[in-house]
Design a protein around this ligand. Sequence first.
Ligand code: HEC
Length: 146
Amino acid sequence: MREITVTHVVVITLAATFILLGLDRAGELRPNRLVYVLPVAKPAAVAAPQHDPDKGKPPPHNDKPEDLPDGKGRDVTFYTCTACHGVALIKAQGLTRELWDSTFDLMLEKHRMPPVPAAERGEILDYLAATFPPRRRGRGDDNPFK
Ligand code: HEC
């Protein structure tokens, strides 16, 4: 039998190492420190999340209480109802008190309006029902040349 030389041992060891590394698909045998890893910039410090990210933000319009028709309860309506949208959305509606009441619930439930004390709610609904009642559709209502 031929002698096993140091050269044989070295060649076999190297071959085995490369075969292992080649088969090591999970990379466990190739720790990152053998590879140059580009330093990754740390993300800039993120401001601590606030409880309410919209807090302190001005409302998305420049409406004033005077943009609603005068009437009892106008101001409380304005300040309660224009935190999220302008008066245009309100003025576009003509509803019975009952439907204004459902609209109120919709704002509370779907749009997460903060709770409103019952007395204020009554005042707002009175104002809305009196100021924006259902519009009667009569002859000529759709006529732009009227
Ligand atoms: C917390 C935010 C918020 C508050 C406060 C709020 N709304 Fe709204 N409202 C919304 C959102 C959001 C919409 C949907 C807007 C859109 O479609 O652009 C909406 C839509 C409306 C609409 C249109 C609904 C439709 O069917 O077209 C009316 C009318 C309305 N709101 C009335 C009110 C009234 C009256 C109040 C006060 C009692 C009020 N909103 C308070 C968020 C709010």
